[in-house]
Design a binder for this molecule. Sequence first.
Ligand code: F6R
Length: 364
Amino acid sequence: EKGGYAHFMLKEIHEQPTAIKTTITPRIVDGMPNLEECGLTYDRLKGYNNIFVVACGTAMHAGLVGKYVLEKIGRVPVTVDMASEFRYRDPIIAKGDLVILVSQSGETADTLAALRMAKERGAETLSIVNVKGSSIARESDMVLYTHAGPEISVASTKAYIVQLSVFYLLSFAIAYAHGAISKEECMRLTAELQNVPNMLEVVLKTPDNCQYVASQLVNKENLLYIGRGLDYALSMEGSLKLKEISYIHSESYAAGELKHGTISLVTNNMPVIAVATQRELLDKTISNVKEVKARGAYVVLVTHGYINVDDEVADYKIGLPTIDDLLMPMLTVVPLQLIAYYTSVLRGNDVDKPRNLAKSVTVE
Ligand code: F6R
């Protein structure tokens, strides 16, 4: 059942290229995103001027990537909330706003309650859900299924990456519908997205660098993940994955915010995983990386393979293939998943069933 892999988590990490293909291929027609299956025509997409994304945990992290991408190229304001916060903060939702619910299981109690509230307040609701016929899928006005197949490991991997792929298609489509990008640009980005599965196969062929990093982390009790922009959103996902299955405490931090307090934690006993794939922000992030390195941190830098990294910046580099910066999260998440996985294995934990956690959180 694990197809020769030691754990479901590792199997599911390796299923990611196929899961992406299955999710995006039917939704690309003549090189353009096509989401008409749920009524999302370009005309309809043009009408959304205010978007909310509501979800929990890893699904919420996918929403954060969605926000960056949508705002960057679509110029439409997007607010991301954890469902457990959104429900109780009396959010200002107007008729005609779009509320997007993201959920692997489609049964998460807080996300379902947020959906019901959004509907009551007259918003249009779109769910991005993996489990067919689940409550969130049934109750939302529109649904775009992710086609990850069953996810058994409690720690979510392939469900996250397909959620990202749907956010990309949606963002390209909304950006085009709003006239924020040309048809050519929309087609170029869509083609880039179609390249991701093959590039991921390459990333998955070299897990030994992540195994090495795991061997450096295994005896630590605290860790920091840092990044800016999209890389910060990825840091959050990397940190959650590690915490969840390795039981090492970790925190993700916006790199530029470190010096406002958190850098006082940095010593030679606080490894830092720095994510720096956004080339516009590279110099800024590298200067923050040097600051933690100068305070004795063991630094792992996750960046483009072609970028040279000297000793004063990082102790170890994980190099990724290069794709449009906007799409780098699709590649970057994989080493973060693998680092968490191998660290958990080395610590002898029950990787697929971490303590205190359930696959589907149906109580609030
Ligand atoms: C982390 C993880 C959780 C879920 C969260 C939402 O690996 O699996 O954070 O992402 O409980 O679950 P769904 O997506 O089913 O709503």
